[in-house]
Write a protein that binds this ligand. Structure first.
Ligand SMILES: [Zn+2]
Length: 150
């Protein structure tokens, strides 16, 4: 059985009372606390890789489709703020992982970084490497990712 689903399949539920409601706290419990428990110092690289893999699950061929997907999935609201042949800088507002968290000095949005890098890689058909440079946890009010294009 495949573990790949279309967005509509993932979004379909048979939960008469709870429907699609899921507190962000539940996601953050899994993502921040749970993953750190399991993977320790490897959490960042594991989540970056996971993000890249998951970005290939969706049939987005154009950049605008991909950016809409990021918003529809509730990952955050992406905005491309700089673009050249070898680099795209994406600001992500309302990030699912860090928006509103206390400042710790750590950049922890590796899943988002991998997802954005993977999506851009797929759209452009060129290899990418993403690096997070801003975050709520670093004192910013949005996340920023530099996607290097090779
Ligand atoms: Zn973030």
């Amino acid at each position: 059985m495949s573990n790949k689903f279309e967005f509509d399949q993932l979004n379909f539920t048979v939960r008469p009372n709870l429907k699609n409601f899921l507190p962000l706290a539940t996601y953050r419990l899994l993502r921040i606390s749970g993953m750190e428990e399991l993977f320790g110092e490897s959490t960042g690289p594991v989540l970056y890789r996971l993000g890249k893999i998951l970005s290939t699950y969706f049939k987005t061929e154009r950049e605008d489709e991909f950016l809409k997907l990021v918003k529809d999935l509730g990952i955050g609201i992406p905005e491309i703020v700089e673009r050249s042949d070898d680099k795209i800088i994406i600001d992500l507002y309302e990030c699912m992982t860090c928006a509103g968290l206390p400042i710790t000095g750590k950049l922890i949005c590796d899943l988002e970084c991998g997802f954005l890098a993977g999506g851009i890689e797929k759209v452009l058909g060129r290899k990418t490497k993403g690096t997070q440079t801003k975050s709520w946890t670093a004192g910013n009010d949005f996340c920023e990712f530099i996607i290097e294009i090779f």
